[in-house]
Design a binder for this molecule. Structure first.
Ligand code: NAD
Length: 480
């Protein structure tokens, strides 16, 4: 039965690679009724800041499957990243990115590489909550949630189990971000315990990324928070051969979106030389998702034959293995001419092998913890008296009360009072911690803020300090 699939041509090289990809799918006998929606630069230019026409949402909600070419995100303020909006609005929580070497036909230093990155897709710094708070300081909120982490990590383990993969590696920076990345790591340990047959490994993201760059063959499935996953995917794709080769599936409960991992490549747009493989690989994941795994395997095998026959686009061409250097259209023609053939040396694709696992159900929320308010961090915009922390402390001290004691002032997270170093550079953005021995009320905090405002000090934000079941739900100070 024919499936209705929404597609969008995208920007830059988007229309070129989408045209080539759809031609291959149609020639391979994919049973798809294509429905186009407009997204991207033209929509942004028409004044719609989301980059997607409101009527397109209804179509997407109905078809639930989108093949998306890359979109150019306009620089500067006032517009939102369409990619991020699509992933979040449609609840596409997992981004699956297989990166496999195709040596010797695609040049790589890592012929044994065959890893899959599963990137959390909705949270982290991509929540897009940014504020300017003072003349000198802007901030971006990093949000990591337990349900979001649980879901993507479980999906990574389910993916590993369903594919017979042996190990799942988690990368975080929880030595620095103990609460946010710490939660992701902790959930990885908890969920991982339910999969005793699969090896678990956690690495700090910096050394983990370095190891993926120099020895990707030692990795199997990787699961990462959003930003690290974004960066690591390009590292891994380039290590495998080219960023132009890798496709991705954005998976959610209510739909799925398939796209290349690369962007709109404005530097080569309109030249007809882009590699359509990333989008084509994404399209084969789409075909498997809609139950047309046989067509997906036909396409993948023809694509592998094309690579074996030395017909290559610019980005993967080498003197040793390239017989014909071709553009986007000729590459698609070569794949179409090989439909029905199977590769001789590269691993052959099969109908059911690459199907994605089902979306795991959400786990029930945990019982609420006992939550006690024990203080507040007050952020101030203050630029007077030579920015002396001692002077600021002297202005604030009379405003505290016996129950809510000023215990610390930091600047960019570095403690500057008490016992700060005179060498520490201070901006106009200060965090002042007021803490109590016993639980307090929000009224006490409001009273404190009232006094701060009446003293002519500009508070720009507050964060409450809570204990959750007796444990601090806040970082304790600088550089811990
Ligand atoms: P890019 O991925 O577009 O390009 C990086 C480099 O890789 C360029 O040299 C480019 O020529 C090359 N390249 C990319 N795809 C290729 C292909 N298929 N064949 C051959 N070479 C290819 O990254 P960028 O230049 O940083 O971003 C350009 C625009 O794309 C930006 O506006 C960015 O926001 C957007 N972007 C969109 C997506 C998406 O739609 N999912 C993803 C990443 C970036």
């Amino acid at each position: 039965m024919s499936s209705v699939v929404t597609f969008t041509n995208g920007d830059g090289i988007g229309p070129e690679i989408m045209g080539a990809t759809r031609r291959v799918l149609d020639a391979a006998g994919a049973s798809i009724t294509w429905q186009e929606v407009k997204m991207g630069e033209a929509v942004y230019r028409s004044g719609i800041s989301s980059g997607i026409d409101p009527s397109s949402w209804d179509i997407l909600r109905k078809t639930r499957v989108l093949l998306k070419a890359p979109i150019t995100t306009p620089q500067g303020g006032g517009v939102k990243s369409l990619n991020v909006t699509l992933r979040k609005s449609l609840g596409l929580f997992a981004n699956v990115r297989p990166c496999m070497a195709l040596a010797p036909y695609v040049p790589t230093k890592h012929p044994g590489m065959n890893l899959v990155i599963i990137r959390e897709n909705e949270e982290d710094l991509y929540a897009g909550i940014e504020h300017q708070q003072t003349d000198e300081v802007v901030q971006c909120l990093k949000l990591i949630t337990r349900p979001g982490s649980e879901r993507v990590i479980r999906y990574a383990f389910e993916y590993a189990r369903s594919k017979g993969r042996r190990r799942v590696t988690c990368l975080t920076k929880d030595n620095i971000m103990k609460l946010t990345d710490g939660l992701f790591h902790r959930v990885f340990d908890e969920v991982g315990a339910e999969y005793p047959q699969i090896e678990k490994e956690h690495l700090i993201v910096d050394i983990g990324t370095a190891r993926v760059a120099v020895a990707p063959e030692r990795f199997d499935v990787l699961v990462l928070p959003n930003l690290y996953g974004d960066i690591l995917s390009d590292v891994a794709a380039e290590a495998a051969g080219s960023v132009g080769m890798v496709g991705s599936a954005n998976i959610g409960e209510h739909g799925a979106m398939f796209e290349a991992i690369h962007g709109s490549a404005p530097d080569i747009a309109g030249k007809g030389i882009a590699n359509p493989s990333g989008l084509l690989n994404a399209a084969t994941m789409l075909l498997r998702h809609i139950g047309q795994g046989d067509v997906a395997a036909r396409i993948q095998n023809a694509w592998l034959c094309t690579l074996e026959d030395g017909i290559h686009t610019n980005d993967i061409a080498t003197p040793q293995h390239t017989l014909e250097r071709v553009g986007t259209e000729a590459f698609a023609d070569a794949i179409i001419a090989r439909l029905g053939k199977v590769p001789q040396r590269l691993m052959r694709a099969h109908q059911g092998e690459a199907n994605l696992p089902p979306v795991p159900p959400r786990t029930a929320p945990r019982p609420r913890a006992r939550k006690e308010l024990i203080g507040v961090d007050v952020f101030l915009h203050w630029d007077e008296q030579g920015r002396s922390p001692q002077e600021l402390a002297a202005r604030l001290r009379p405003l505290t009360d016996a129950n809510l004691v000023m215990i610390m002032i930091t600047n960019r997270g570095v403690k500057v009072w008490p016992d700060g170093l005179p060498e520490t550079f201070c901006t106009d953005h200060w965090r002042v911690r007021f803490q109590a021995q016993e639980p307090i009320t929000t009224a006490q905090i409001l009273g404190l803020l009232q006094r701060i405002a009446e003293a002519g000090l500009d508070f720009v934000k507050t964060e409450h300090l809570y204990l959750f079941d007796g444990k601090p739900g806040f970082s304790l100070g600088q550089g811990q």
